[in-house]
Design a protein around this ligand. Structure first.
Ligand SMILES: C[S@@+](CC[C@H](N)C(=O)[O-])C[C@H]1O[C@@H](n2cnc3c(N)ncnc32)[C@H](O)[C@@H]1O
Length: 229
């Protein structure tokens, strides 16, 4: 079948480091421990995490290495590990990670309930699942899904309505989510889902490090206004 996926993978718009930065700047305090990036894709987001959270080991997971561009990535002091695996079947022990991210990834994953259960399992008590994706209630959602299906970018693509994400999160055991958007009617939603339990306390200088991670990459800074619910 004709597919635009290889072309899409080359486009700068496929690098959503700004979406990672927006989420990182709004994270609640995290327990100590490594970071899991689900759906690493080209690896720009994973590399960004390794610069923004330099004390933490970042692990990027993807079902395929087809898009990964390790030679083009600017890593932080700890080089991330890349692991080939499928999100609903994570090859990690329980309570291994402090933070899991799924930025523009959840919409194309199979077995959504299982993905939530797996992320919950591998997070430490107090750990956070940062999920950022297209709002299934936004007018753009059906067009986003059509483009992904018609051009073979991802046949499974589905933009989930916020109440469905919140239901999945609740069923997996997460605390009631906090959400944020860039603009009141923005098409993307950031969900901050916390696993119950003690949280750590890392955060005061995190915003500064997120900014620094941008400066070191030459990608420019995220400019954003927030509206949290
Ligand atoms: C749109 S890309 C997002 C990449 C990256 N998070 C970003 O924002 O730049 C979605 C990624 O999810 C990956 N993916 C699809 N199904 C997956 C699965 N079952 N398990 C892990 N990754 C998967 C795809 O291969 C693709 O690289």
């Amino acid at each position: 079948m004709f597919s635009l996926k290889p072309l899409f993978a080359r486009l700068p718009m496929a690098r959503s480091t700004r979406a990672y930065a927006f989420g990182l700047e709004r994270l609640p305090p995290l327990p100590p421990g490594p970071v899991l990036d689900l759906g690493a894709g080209q690896g720009y987001g994973t590399a960004f995490l390794s610069r923004a959270l330099p004390q933490r080991q970042v692990v990027g997971v993807d079902i395929t290495y087809q898009c990964l561009k390790p030679q083009r990535l600017a890593f932080g002091p700890r080089r991330p590990w890349f692991v080939q695996a499928s999100a609903p079947y994570l090859p990690f022990r329980a309570s291994a990670f402090a933070l899991a991210t799924a930025v523009m990834t959840f919409h194309c994953l199979p077995e959504p309930e299982r993905v939530f259960r797996e992320v919950f399992r591998v997070l430490r008590p107090g750990g956070v699942f940062l999920l950022a994706d297209v709002d299934g209630r936004h007018w753009i959602a059906p067009w986003f899904e059509r483009v992904e299906h018609w051009f073979g970018i991802s046949p499974l693509t589905r933009a989930y309505p916020p109440e469905e994400i919140e239901g999945l999160a609740r069923a997996a055991g997460f605390l009631p989510p906090k959400t944020a958007r860039r603009k009141a009617r923005g098409f993307m939603v950031w969900y901050f889902l916390q696993k119950p339990g003690a949280s750590g306390g890392e955060s005061p200088s995190r915003t500064a490090r997120v900014a620094e991670a941008y400066e070191n990459s030459g990608e420019g800074r995220a400019s954003a206004t927030t509206s949290s619910t």
